[in-house]
Design a protein around this ligand. Structure first.
Ligand code: SF4
Ligand code: F3S
Length: 109
């Protein structure tokens, strides 16, 4: 089992999740964060910290979000580790309520 960052993070990247993770799970791309399933200890403390409600346990993923299991695992290997919170993306508050935004996910910087 692991926890998974889903579509709601795209174009927001609040990074509050990074501040509370007790291990080094999060990897950062240009518009999205992912959780390394090999590092996650399934503590769940990141879930309530995300203002966009983007993080779910693998077995509790909302409808349409199953593909993010593979996306997190793959991009965690490609993207650099992030261990400290940063400022959110400039339009994060506008994008946090947008539902259909996976197509904006850039897989490389
Ligand atoms: Fe880190 Fe725990 Fe969230 Fe996994 S569930 S990413 S270990 S805070
Ligand atoms: Fe993304 Fe939420 Fe973390 S928007 S960066 S999963 S706090």
């Amino acid at each position: 089992m692991t926890f998974v960052v889903t579509e709601a993070c795209v174009r927001c990247k609040y990074t509050d999740c990074v501040s509370v993770c007790p291990v080094e799970c999060f990897h950062e791309g240009p518009e999205f964060l992912v959780i390394d399933p090999a590092a996650c200890i399934d503590c769940g403390v990141c879930v309530p910290e995300c203002p966009a409600e983007a993080i779910f346990a693998e077995e509790d993923l909302p409808p349409g979000q199953a593909e993010f299991v593979e996306i997190n695992a793959r991009l965690a290997l490609a993207w650099p580790l992030i261990t400290e919170a940063r400022d959110p993306l400039p339009d994060a508050d506008e994008w946090s309520s947008v539902k259909d935004k996976k197509h904006y996910l850039l897989e490389s910087a």
